[in-house]
Design a protein around this ligand. Sequence first.
Ligand code: SF4
Length: 312
Amino acid sequence: MIESTMHTQWLDTETSSGLGKQLKIERETHKLEKRLCRQVGQAIIDYNMIEEGDRVMVCMSGGKDSYGMLDILMKLKSRAPIDFTLVAVNLDQKQPGFPDHILPDYLGKLGIEFHIETQDTYSIVKKNIPEGKTMCSLCSRLRRGILYRVARELNCNKLALGHHRDDMLQTFFLNMFFGGKLKGMPPKLTSDNGEFIVIRPLAYVVEKDLIRWAEHRKFPIIPCTLCGSQENLQRKQIGNMLREWDKKYPGRLETLMTSLQNVVPSHLMDARLHDFKNLRTTGEPDALGDIAFDEESFPAPGTLPGVQVVSL
Ligand code: SF4
């Protein structure tokens, strides 16, 4: 009898702790969903990414980011105060082993407008790029041309790409370290042919959240290594640096992101952005003027307005 009571207690304890764990996971997932919707919604508002009547071509690669983007955009569309259309598009580049049924099956079940464009760019790239050389520049040029044509045919005026905050920071440092430019990845810009508006609704979303969301939603992810191209070592190196900073100095990446929205051209050295040559005194105090002999002071980490440290 005693033995059986103890057994039940064990079971009860296990059940309640299991239930507690389950509830905690559900709470966390709910918070994650709210955060993703809030951040995507905020980016859309801040940069006026989507407007009434837009036909937005959502570029789907089959990776976690594009699945996450479509998922959140669909949620936001259902409650948005404006009317717009999402058209999911995937380009099947005929990479060996590409499972071409996965995206049509998934998108078909969602009941949204979608299009799969099949173009064997893989063979063209293989034929034109010598073995061992990086294929990405020709591949992406071909892809861009095809996707612009598809957008035109589908009557879309905007292209949504699934780049997230960490992609944007990586691009910023890649440009600075290897390109000698203070240039990032814009949340919204016209396409290089001047025909479309390119938007990045995940601009405020951290990659870790997209990984967790993809796990929770069980997206049928298609591996991105099918083309067999070498990894971009420079991007990998910058990615590792940022991850290391994130671990060692929580809040640093958030501060970096805030700095991209807080540019002070007079304190950089680009004479095209600030007219250093014709600078004259005004006699009036200027909060943005040079503090000359004083050292710049900084707020404590994580206390900058607009900087939110998200612990996972
Ligand atoms: S990684 Fe592969 S698919 Fe992607 S751009 Fe490079 S060659 Fe093309």
